[in-house]
Design a protein around this ligand. Structure first.
Ligand SMILES: Cc1ncc(COP(=O)(O)O)c(C=O)c1O
Length: 962
């Protein structure tokens, strides 16, 4: 076999390992294993028809050719996306560094202290700039963050309002159109009515529960909202503010004038525009709403030794864990982008940020002055960075556009129909030359000539009352890493605290932590992709359009569907989008009353959470003792609800790791009773090239490109969750108010940007182009082989695999039952998970979807040697459990209960345990050769929740409320 082909770079085991692995599994060939695993009835009849695989070199050449079709015009469109400078130290050490981009969401705090600290920095930055009390660490984008704030305020209605059915949300007219678009999508199924108007004239009525405004407003105006905030509160309503982070460096923060929630994007903190994303959004609120804030919150706590430690705060952590009671399905967010934005703030510090913000503002002031001199009328006098000009008599938008395009510059052209307004937004990159070019464009359109102006960063149009005067970002992290050496070492210091794929295998089940190949990641930071504004003319984004079209086509072939939308920014966002498409399909047939959805008990929490956001009534269906969906219970519930059945959500292969034989039957039942089948594609790594959602009989699915299709997980995002749908649903695919996309009768937007986090798309594009159809099928087979190799080996060690298919095989992942260890030895799945850290391994998925278990998914990318090391670690852990059982080790003071062991504990002068230090630190010889040291001991979640602290202030400033 040609191992220089990408396929054999991507796959971990060497071709010569396969025979040995098959022997352990007990089959004679890979095909025999697949026959025993994937039911014949659902197998694809012919190979996937994807283009012939490219080599890595061929892919990069192709990608260069595609990217070069994008035209790098300088863009001053604004509208929520601005050019920015990514400090090279951040680009190289974070965005291009697998130690940062391949790590998982920091659920296992002891091996995630680095990214937890980076995200705590982000939260601190948000709290400081917004003037609020608490912040989460990242949401998907500005528009969905605004929608999350709407739902949050709705949930926070007082008793009276709830009783009276107050359901109106005031939306100020000066909000970006894409934000409004998403608010429309998200409000409808919740029964929320949007009322639009001008903030200063709007008359509140008792049925208004909240208001959303933008700061600065969409037309650029810096408004004094204090009186409005008072009116909102006098009406018993809450106020959400969509705020531009960079402007907050100078402006009086919303927290000071009465905001209850503040949301927005952090894109302009060093994150390239990338045709729309990925960019991290934020949400900040008052302390009293800490249990209502959505997404993740990083909090400070202590570890088993009482040392400072970080972890995901509050038991709720992510809303979707509340399943159908959740108000949000947010799971994967934009952690890597949030990390970068936090570092951007730390690198520049307060003074640096102020310099940047003043630079942006001063440029706008000069442009305003000079362009007015040419006869253009400035529509808004108090602005930060955004200008709106009414054109002089006889000057058309087209004339300005022509003059701008001649200089390869994009401006904002108001499309309200008046044809008389042109605008621009300044950014961090702007310089004197560009300022003069911009003035020249307006001069040319007006038939005038303009004198050269000098650019000094000292101008303002803002009154002192509009400016903040507090001392922000005083925390040490924002004040000591301003040299590149200092910053690089800080990043390295944090990096060393975390397990990523650069350290070892991450066997998290349902997460598919496979290789994110360097060649796939290379294009991500190319300027041809980074510097494109999402609302740039199509003619400047031909490269992106080609990559989008070709990736969509390939994903359609892989899923067996007819249409695709790349808009959703995460798996959960994909679930929601597909459900909304299904809802629209029923509405279009006059069956809008259908609202009952069947969801198996084993489903991921995002499934019921997404359904609830889509306004559906959830009926949980049972699973049988083998872990399969109980067909009779499913049928009974479908028939009982046939008049109102909207559909079902099914994960396949199931979250129990099984290819259920009954899948076609289940789809038939749903269809016979009037519903549509949504397939949760998080487990597509068990399907690609062998079967497909279309083949099985589903109508729609989402894909987690950040799992199956090689995008990195980034410590919790970016995620890309496209949806693929059968032909009858294509016309309902999500549209976008600014860019024509989606179906002819498309639902409103589900994300701020028309193609979501499309900046990450080269990864999946490359993955598919370099594997081709057969390669993709081989990847799936190897994922199944790796899983069965582990399953067979673990069984020999006495681990019980909870569920298997009818022929005794697991799919691409498996669940081990740890309950018997608990009964026999008092050792829990948590102890096993934590002890694995002493061996340098990340824990498998803990207690999902079955309590008392560990779920393991090795993926095809793990080499046999790594699988063998993992098995050896588990063998040692098994022996350590037996030692406890036999009384050779203490029941509570043993290596498992005390795990993980930190270097501080092991090098302390005091050592009171009955086992030697060497056993704790180096349980196997190879562990000592390349030891990973967990930064903290087992974290104390309870302490952290009782003493909630979510910014990086000194720990001593918070007293124990116990
Ligand atoms: C089965 C399943 N569905 C949906 C999701 C949600 O995906 P995301 O985290 O990208 O929102 C996950 C995430 O782990 C999952 O495992």
């Amino acid at each position: 076999m040609a191992t220089e082909k990408f396929l054999w770079r991507h796959i971990g085991p060497r071709p010569e390992d396969i025979e040995n692995m098959l022997k352990v599994v007990g089959v004679s060939s890979l095909d025999e294993l697949i026959e025993q695993t994937v039911p014949e009835s659902i197998r694809l009849k012919k190979p996937l028809d994807l283009p012939a695989p490219l080599t890595e070199f061929e892919f990069i050449s192709r990608m260069k050719a595609v990217a070069s079709k994008n035209k790098l015009y300088r863009t001053f469109i604004g509208q929520g996306y601005y050019d920015t400078i990514t400090p090279a130290v951040i680009q190289r050490n974070i965005l291009e560094n697998p130690a940062w981009y391949t790590s998982y969401t920091p659920y296992q705090a002891e091996v995630s202290q680095g990214r937890l600290e980076a995200l705590l920095n982000f939260q601190t930055m948000v709290v400081e700039l917004t003037g609020m009390e608490i912040s989460n660490c990242s949401l998907l984008d500005e528009a969905t963050a605004a929608a999350e704030s709407m739902t949050m305020m709705y949930g926070l209605r007082g008793k009276e309002m709830k009783k009276a059915g107050a359901n109106k949300l005031f939306v100020d007219n000066q909000i970006f159109p894409q934000t409004k678009d998403v608010l429309i999508t998200r409000s409808a199924p919740q029964g929320i009515e949007l009322v639009y108007g001008d903030y200063d004239t709007f008359e509140f009525t008792p049925d208004v529960f909240g208001a959303i405004i933008q700061y600065p407003a969409a037309n650029g105006e810096v408004r004094d909202y204090k009186a409005f905030a008072d009116r909102v509160h006098a009406n018993g309503a809450l106020l959400s503010v969509v705020a531009d982070m960079m402007s907050l460096v100078l402006l009086t923060p919303p927290g000071e004038w009465g905001a209850d929630v503040v949301v927005g994007t952090t894109q302009r903190f060093g994150i390239p525009m990338s045709y729309g994303g990925p960019h991290a959004a934020y949400m900040a609120t008052r302390e009293e709403y800490k249990r209502n804030i959505v997404g993740r919150i990083i909090g400070v706590t202590i570890d088993a030794q009482g040392n400072h430690a970080l972890r995901l705060a509050l038991q709720t952590r992510e809303q979707h864990i509340k399943r159908e009671k959740a108000s949000s399905n947010i799971c994967t967010a934009k952690a890597l982008n949030a990390t970068m934005a936090g570092f951007y703030a730390a690198y520049h510090g307060r003074e640096g940020l102020e310099r940047i913000a003043r630079h942006i503002h001063s440029a706008a002031v000069i442009l305003a002055e000079e362009i007015q001199k040419l006869g253009y009328k400035l529509k808004v006098n108090k602005f930060f960075d955004t200008l709106r000009f009414e054109l002089p008599e006889g000057v058309s938008q087209a004339a300005v556009r022509d003059a701008a395009l001649e200089q390869e510059i994009n401006l904002f052209y108001c499309n309200c129909g008046c044809g008389k307004v042109v605008g621009l937004s300044t950014d961090e990159k702007i310089n004197e030359k560009e300022i003069n070019t911009l003035i020249g464009i307006f001069a040319k359109a007006a038939g005038k000539t303009a004198a050269h102006v000098q650019f000094l960063d000292d101008r303002t149009v803002l009154d002192p009352v509009m400016l903040r005067d507090d001392e922000i970002l005083q925390q040490s992290v924002f004040n000591i890493y301003h040299s590149e050496t200092g910053m690089m070492r800080y990043m390295k210091n944090l990096e060393r605290r975390d397990i990523s794929l650069a350290t070892s295998m991450i066997s998290l089940g349902s997460c598919t932590m496979k290789l994110n190949a360097a060649v796939e990641m290379l294009p991500i930071t190319w300027p041809e992709l980074g510097a494109i504004h999402p609302f740039a003319p199509m003619s400047q984004a031909e490269g992106y359009q080609q990559m989008i079209r070709e990736t969509e086509e390939m994903l359609c072939k892989v899923t067996g569907f007819a249409g695709c939308s790349l808009m959703p920014n995460s798996g959960a966002a994909g679930e929601y989008s597909a459900l909304m498409v299904i809802r629209q399909y029923h509405i279009s047939r006059g069956e809008g009353h259908r609202n009952v959805i069947l969801i198996p008990a084993s489903a991921h929490g995002t499934n019921p959470a997404s359904s609830s956001m889509a306004g559906f009534k959830i009926l949980v269906t049972a699973t049988d003792p083998e872990g399969n969906i109980d067909v009779e219970d499913f049928r009974k519930k479908a028939i009982e609800n046939r008049d109102n059945l909207i559909g079902a959500m099914i994960t396949y292969p199931s979250t129990h790791g099984i290819f259920e034989e009954s899948i076609k039957e289940l789809c038939k039942i749903v269809h016979e009773n009037g519903g549509q089948v949504f397939m949760d594609g998080a487990n597509m790594n068990g399907q690609c090239g062998l079967t497909s959602p279309g083949e099985i009989g589903a109508d729609a699915c989402h894909l987690n490109l950040h799992k199956t299709f090689a995008m990195p997980h980034g410590g919790g995002g970016p995620g890309v969750g496209p949806i693929c749908v059968a032909s009858h649903l294509v016309k309902f695919l999500p549209s976008h108010t600014m860019v024509k996309t989606g179906g002819e009768e498309g639902i409103h937007a589900v994300a701020a940007a028309p193609y979501g986090s499309v900046g990450m798309l080269p990864v999946t594009y490359g993955y598919l182009l370099m594997l081709g159809g057969e390669g993709l099928a081989m990847v799936t087979k190897m994922a199944i082989l790796n899983a069965n190799y582990l399953a067979s080996s673990f069984e020999k060690l006495g681990f019980k695999i909870l569920f298997k298919g009818s022929k005794g095989r697991v799919g691409h992942e498996m669940i081990w039952d740890c309950n018997m260890f608990n009964k026999e030895y008092g050792i829990s799945e948590l102890d096993i998970a934590k002890r694995l850290m002493d061996f340098g391994f990340h824990a498998p998925t803990l207690s999902f979807p079955v309590h008392g278990t560990l779920m393991v998914e090795p993926t095809e990318s793990e080499p046999k040697e790594e699988l063998d090391r993992f098995i050896e670690a588990l063998k040692t852990i098994r022996e350590e459990m037996i030692e406890v059982g036999e009384g050779k080790a203490d029941k509570t003071d043993n290596v498992l209960k005390n795990a993980p062991h930190t270097h501080k504990v092991l090098t302390a002068d005091e050592w009171s345990h009955a086992y030697p230090r060497s056993k704790a630190a180096y349980p196997l010889a190879w562990v000592a050769e390349n030891k990973f040291w967990p930064q903290v001991g087992r974290v104390d979640d309870g302490y952290g929740d009782r003493n909630l602290m979510c910014t990086c202030d000194p720990l001593e400033s918070y007293a124990d409320e116990k």
